[in-house]
Design a binder for this molecule. Sequence first.
Ligand code: SF4
Ligand code: SF4
Length: 415
Amino acid sequence: EGVGRSAARCVGVAKCRVEGPSSGPGVMCPSYRATGEEKHSTRGRARLLHEMALGEVITDGWRSEEVREALDLCLSCKGCRSDCPVGVDMAAYKAEFLDRHYAGPGGLWRRPRSHWTMGRLPGWLAHFGRGLNAAMRLPFAARLAGVTPERTMPRVAERSFAYWFAQRASTRPSSLTLWPDTFTNFLAPEVGEAAVRVLEDAGLGVDLPPGRVCCGLTYVSTGQLGAARKVMRRTLDVRGEAEGPVVVLEPSCAATLRTDLPELLPDDPRAARLAGAVRTFAEALEELAPDWTPPRLDRPVTGQTHCHQHAVLGDTADRRLRERAGLRGDLAGGCCGLAGDFGFEPGHYEVSVTIAEDQLLPALRTSGGATILADGFSCRTQIGDLTDLRGRHLAEVLAEGLEEGLDSGPRSSAS
Ligand code: SF4
Ligand code: SF4
């Protein structure tokens, strides 16, 4: 009912039905632009949810297959949350719908397999680590995991970021907590290592949380809200009464901590505290090391602004940091089309590629050797899957500049 009432806020002006390719910085609504079908637009979905709540045309409520199908191509990109004039938040409604759709007797078995594999990825990685690489090489592994055969599963790294961090000695007093999100920790530890390199060059002391933490993103996006709340509460227990900024390198995890965490645990004051402590990498450098000058890289860049960065976090601090580092050019807007588990699920590949064609792939085709920036693990995976190029996190590019000995350090008084 809450979802139906919220969806009823849609006033039908149809900003979400801008036909592609989109212009301007907005994200909403990639699945409509890819399909051109009303039912795959934010408005189409909002209407169906409203009808479900009224119970006149759609009479089977949360069990409705019609609603489930309409939500199936929603990427949970959160574009509508920021771009729709009345803030229809389809990603949140989809999570709630899936949670209720699969609730009750037999619900567990009705879920797509990808909810158990991709949706619970943080747990699998924490328990099996690199063992998953061998498992994914087995025949039919992708099918068993509910992953579309056009995709290859990302490889788990040799050593996790947290392991690397624990092996090194640092005597600096801590100025911030660096969040070892699942993607950085297990799949792209080089991003975490680069971030430590840059943050320390800026004079900041880095700490990791004292135990295993997870924002709950994959549980939320697959509508496993009970499990999501459990994971979030455990994370809050680990953080305890710790204070100070929490730097999150993966935009979708930062967005989950800022929005979904306090929304799913409204009665836990620790949730709002953690949400308020979250900083992106660029925000942290700007706020905590205002006198630091980034290495002068002086080169053109292109790439992908993560859809959650656009919708929740904002990219003004990133733009300023890029400018100060001499990284010229704009990144593509919109959505990369992979969007976490979405692009891996059977039946989504074609739409995923069509969405990448909206802005990302044209930008890469004309990149002419520019450095490719993509802070999101999904965006980097999409770039690697669909082109010969490699996207990198801004932290990696800055760290490389430091290794090359390009100028950095305290800002001179003249600047
Ligand atoms: S979902 Fe938002 S942008 Fe789309 S028609 Fe409704 S109010 Fe307008
Ligand atoms: S979350 Fe993204 S894909 Fe889903 S309705 Fe909103 S804009 Fe469209």
